[in-house]
Structure formats: C-alpha cells, structure tokens
Design a protein around this ligand. Structure first.
Ligand code: AMP
Length: 447
C-alpha cells in the first residue's frame, strides 16, 4: 500500500531509537549546562517577523532567503524562528530580570525546532533541532568579561570530550565592534570592489549594503574568492584586541585547542567581538555542528538595558552523528533551582571576587573544576570594589565568597569567607576544590 502523505521536503521523522538519541543528548546537555549555572527557558516557535529582521538582519541569508513568513488570520506578520537567540533576548528583556540589580549574570539554555527554507541536503533540513545557551552580563553597564567567553567555549569542549565525541576542531575569531568594524569594512570593500564580477549577484549587492555577509556567502563562486580576504583581527580596536587576547589566553591556559579563522564572521548581524564554531570532518559538507558568539548590543537594541551577552547553538541532527554516548550526569540540587529568580543559589555554591586579569587567569581552572565537581560558582564584575562585590554575594545568599586580591594572588592562595559566620581562611589554589568539598560535606543543612 502506498502511503497517502509523506513528510514535507526538508523535514524528517525520528522514530524510536533515533528520537531517543536526540532526547539523550538534550538531557545530558541540559544537566551539564545547569552545572554551569544555566536555567531552562522556553520561547514560542513563532514570533513577529520584525524581531528577526531587526536582530538577525534583513540582508542575511537566514532572513532574506530562508525565513518562513506567514500572516495569521488577523493579518499579523509572523515568522517561524530560524534560530533561538532573538526570541530568548526578547523574552528575557520582557521578564524584567535585568532590573534585579544584585545579580549580574543571567544564563539560560533551550532546545527545540528551528526553521530555515534552505536547499535540503545531508545534514541540512528545513526543520532541524538546536540546543543553545545564552549568558547575559555583567549587568549594570560593566564591560563584557573575556572570562564569560572562555567559560562558554570550555563548557562545550569539556562536554564533547566527556561524551567521547568524534574528532572535532574549534575555530575562533573576533569581528570587532561598531567602533572598529568600519575600518575593516572599508578594507574589504577596497579589496573587492574591483572584482564585483567575480562575486555572486547577492554579494555584489551586499558588498555595499552589508559587506560582512560577503565573507560567509555559501555560493561556490564567492567562496573561491575567499582565499584572500583582509583579516578582521588586523583592524580590532584596543578594547576588542585586549578582549580577544584574554579569551585566547584563558583557552590556551585551559588546554582548549583552537585555530584562529579570520573568515569566521557567522551569518547573523548581531554578533560583536568573539565568534566561534566547532566543526568536524566526519560530517561532510555541513561540517559545522555548533556555533556562537558575543552580541553585546542586542539586548539594548531590543529595548533592554545595555547588557553584554554571549551564546552558542548546536545542531542536534549533526551532533547526534558525532556523539553516540552523551555523558550521564546525576541530578544535583542545581538542576531544579532557579536561583536568579528566587534569590537563592544552591547550598553548594560560591561567589568569586577578583579584580585583575592575572587573577582571572589563575582562577579559571579552579572555577571549572569546582563546577564539574557539582559546586555552583558565580562571579560579578571585577571592576567593582570588594565591599560592593561582598554585598552582592550576601544579598544573593551565597554561603561562601572566594576573594582573590593582589596579596592572595602573590601567595597563590584564595581568601575563603564564610558569609554566614563572617570568618575567613586562606586556602592555596591547588587545594581549593578539595577544601570546599570538605566544608560542604560538614555543613549542617540550613534551617
Ligand atoms: P547557525 O546559527 O547557523 O550557526 O546554526 C548553529 C548550528 O545549527 C549549526 O552549527 C548546525 O549544526 C545547525 N544547523 C543550522 N542550520 C541547519 C540546517 N538547515 N539543518 C540542520 N542543522 C542546521
């Protein structure tokens, strides 16, 4: 008997083991991200079309060619979401969470279907699933932290390793900010304006309208010209250069292998500074399975207070071909607590207070080890004085604050302050995880 209906072109059915595989990855990643302080968020799969045009950009392939637009019965212009970030930012701005001035970081993870009207091929669908994360902060006008970029990338790298992922590589770039990008754009236009005939018709137009998009054009014709584009890294302003150097130094210090790829501009307009992509040769033509970057202006663009942010999204359909054994993580108390909303971090949690780049580098491995050991760790803005940061830790009910000032750094140790007893001990960095584990084990449950 011939079935009367088939799945629409570019969509597919996942039945039994295939569906379970995706569920397993989502489950593992959710718990992994919860350990890193991320809370779940769910947003609608359709939004006002203008949200995507404004945030992703009208000249991008995703909006210009691939958006599923429709009008509802009342003539509202809507679109199926092509990615998760725009909806999450809209929702978080609307929630008012950025007005909670005591908490400087807000982190969310999501998963679900995305829709892009692209030419279907192996690994590329019109409906596909993503798992993604977004980290907002520090709030309150503080500058973006390289620490947040490095942690988000390292979080992926460790999960892939723990889940025995097939061989993969990490590509990293910085595309600067509105201050330094014009210099790069001018170079790009000067280099390619005389070669318009060698570009596809879209890029010939985009070179004036939205030049960065020329770099990530998928057309073979343009791609062959991509051998010699000027590098975004060469035109970074001092602030973007310092940020990028700090990200690469934190990653190198944590033994995360990466290569810098000056062509990695990613296909969306909202990115600033850091962009990254995880790729695998095992996937064929569609080699990218996870991509992300910083978007420091989007929250403000969508009506929130100026707040830096960074996020990534993984394509689950592709990830499922690389990870057959996602790491199993026991549920911890962190899995169910929404501490930013409830003003209550899990009992096993610490708040790091530091002031310098040197402290940042020294602390990074300890923070990651702590999180992987199931202790929730958070931090504020290193630009704030000790008193203010301590007040934040107290207001948020963290049981311990870990302080690293110049003296502590010189001694290779941290000041561990018991926030409820108001006592403080000095503990060498090397023994910090073990010391805290002992403290938490001995701690009576809070009444
Ligand atoms: P992007 O936001 O385009 O970088 O997408 C992030 C990830 O989603 C990619 O690295 C892919 O793994 C996945 N992805 C994007 N588009 C598709 C598609 N059409 N079909 C399947 N997976 C996709």
């Amino acid at each position: 008997m011939k079935p009367r209906y088939q799945a629409v072109r570019g969509t597919r059915d996942l039945i039994g083991a295939e569906a379970a595989k995706l569920d397993g990855i989502i489950h593992s990643l959710s718990r992994w991200c919860a350990r890193f302080g991320y809370e779940p968020i769910q947003t609608p799969i359709f939004e006002e079309e203008a949200l995507f045009t404004r945030s992703i950009g009208g000249e991008t392939d995703i909006v210009h060619k691939e958006l599923y637009r429709f009008e509802d019965r009342k003539g509202r212009k809507l679109a199926l979401r092509p990615e998760g970030t725009a909806g999450v930012v809209r929702a978080v701005v609307a929630s008012g969470v950025f007005n909670q001035s005591f908490c400087q970081h807000h982190r969310y993870y999501y998963s679900g279907p995305m829709f892009r009207y692209d030419r279907p091929q192996a690994g590329r669908y019109r409906q596909f699933s993503q798992f993604g994360v977004e980290c907002f902060g520090p709030t309150g006008g503080a500058p973006p932290l390289a620490f947040d970029d490095a942690e988000q990338i390292l979080m992926v790298d460790r999960w892939l390793r723990e889940s025995k992922c097939s061989p993969y590589a990490l590509k990293l770039n910085s595309i600067g900010c509105p201050e330094c990008r014009p210099a790069f754009v001018a170079q790009l236009q000067a280099a390619w304006r005389d070669h318009l005939a060698e570009l596809c018709p879209d890029c010939a137009r985009r070179l004036e309208a939205n030049p960065l998009r020329v770099l990530d054009c998928k057309s073979e014709k343009c791609y062959s010209r991509h051998g010699e584009p000027p590098s975004t890294l060469a035109t970074l302003c001092a602030g973007c250069r310092e940020h990028h150097d700090r990200v690469t130094s934190l990653l190198t210090g944590s033994k995360v292998a990466f290569t810098e790829d000056p062509r990695l501009v990613r296909g969306l307009d909202y990115y600033t500074r850091t962009t990254f992509e995880f790729v695998s040769g095992e996937l064929g033509a569609q080699s990218a399975f996870l991509g992300g970057g910083r978007y420091d202006n989007l929250v403000e663009d969508l009506g929130g207070p100026a707040t830096p942010a960074i996020g990534w999204a993984a394509g689950l359909d592709r990830l499922a071909n690389l990870v057959t054994d996602p790491v199993i993580i026991e549920p911890g108390e962190y899995a169910t607590v929404s501490w930013s909303a409830l003003l209550r971090p899990p009992e096993r949690s610490v708040f790091f207070i530091f002031f310098s780049t040197a402290a940042e580098g020294a602390l990074f491995p300890a923070i990651i080890d702590l999180k992987l050991a199931g202790v929730f760790a958070n931090w504020g803005s290193p630009g704030e004085p000790l008193k203010k940061q301590l007040a934040r830790a107290g207001k948020q009910n963290y049981p311990y604050a870990i302080i690293i000032g110049d003296d502590e750094l010189a001694a290779g140790a941290a000041g561990v302050r018991d926030m409820r007893q108001s006592t403080q001990e000095t503990v060498p960095f090397a023994g910090l995880v073990e010391y805290l584990q002992r403290k938490f084990a001995a701690r009576p449950p809070e009444s």
